[in-house]
Design a protein around this ligand. Structure first.
Ligand SMILES: NC(=O)c1ccc[n+]([C@@H]2O[C@H](COP(=O)([O-])OP(=O)(O)OC[C@H]3O[C@@H](n4cnc5c(N)ncnc54)[C@H](OP(=O)(O)O)[C@@H]3O)[C@@H](O)[C@H]2O)c1
Length: 250
């Protein structure tokens, strides 16, 4: 399979690259940190995969479009849109700069790269597009407004794309993980409920991809808590959010 992974220099993206690194797969890995990406690429090659690296900032939308056009020179079996940033636990009024950066990286960059790729997948009548969203897309805490908004926008985009591309034989999947150990979560200074190891998180994500789950949120108990929370009357939700926030020291 030819698999493209954005944000493959650390965390989930790097772990996904290593998971798919076999002599049956041809990987294209994208990220900004050249040394880190080259290290991951080398480890993938040692496991038998053909690997190409592309050093790029996904916020350079014109460049993403160009990369997309180059990537379609060969068939694409799976593209995993994983590159992402968070602001961690951000108190106070969210600076516009944070919104701009998070929407650029977590959302707009995705279509900048996919715009030239989608017609190619439609012509192939096959292919998988996997979005790494977040459980934070399902409920917005006052401390994660920019992150949750960007991931919820991603969910809306992926939902529409699923309906648009399903008749063309293309599978669009949206994965919504809870907290998984990575550079992103290691910066968090609050208690992360149901925090999973990277290995466990990758096991869940890859299993969902193999089963072609269109929308997959995990871990189950955390997802259930969030889904119940969204069904409660607003006044009760306010109390729970205030209490949780107070405990976090916001
Ligand atoms: N860990 C969790 O608990 C968790 C939970 C839910 C969802 N997620 C999502 O999972 C994805 C991966 O996050 P992670 O936890 O693995 O964090 P991470 O270790 O910080 O990895 C983020 C990756 O994204 C890349 N990236 C960030 N900004 C980029 C940019 N402007 N251009 C190109 N690449 C960029 C980084 O590479 P460079 O810095 O080298 O560019 C890195 O490879 C994100 O979309 C995140 O929102 C994570």
């Amino acid at each position: 399979m030819r698999i493209i992974i954005t944000g493959a220099s650390s965390g989930l993206g790097a772990a996904l690259a290593l998971y798919y690194a076999t002599n049956e797969n041809d990987l294209v890995l994208i990220a900004r940190r050249e040394n880190r990406l080259n290290d991951i690429a080398q480890k993938c090659r040692e496991k038998g995969a053909e690997v190409k690296t592309i050093i790029a900032d996904v916020n350079n939308f014109l460049l993403m479009g160009e990369i997309g056009k180059r990537l379609i020179e060969k068939p694409i079996d799976r593209i995993i849109l994983n590159a992402g940033v968070s602001t961690g636990h951000a108190g106070g009024i969210t600076p516009f700069e944070d919104f701009y950066r998070l929407f650029g990286t977590n959302f707009l960059s995705v279509h900048a790269l996919l715009e030239p790729i989608i017609p190619k997948l439609m012509a192939q009548k096959s292919g998988e597009i996997v979005f790494i969203s977040s459980l934070a897309s399902l409920f917005t805490m006052p401390t994660s407004i920019a992150y949750s908004s960007s991931k919820r926008a991603l969910n809306a985009y992926s939902e529409g794309l699923h309906y648009q591309l399903k008749p063309h034989g293309i599978t669009v999947m949206t994965i919504m993980p809870g907290f998984i150990d990575s550079e992103m979560t290691q910066k968090n200074r609050f208690k992360m409920p149901f925090l999973m190891t990277t290995d466990k998180g990758i096991e869940r994500i890859t299993h969902a991809i193999e089963r072609k789950r269109i929308r997959y949120a995990f871990p189950f108990r955390f997802t259930l808590m969030i889904r119940i929370l969204t069904l409660l009357p607003q006044s009760l939700r306010d109390k729970i959010v205030n209490f949780t926030n107070f405990k976090k020291g916001a």
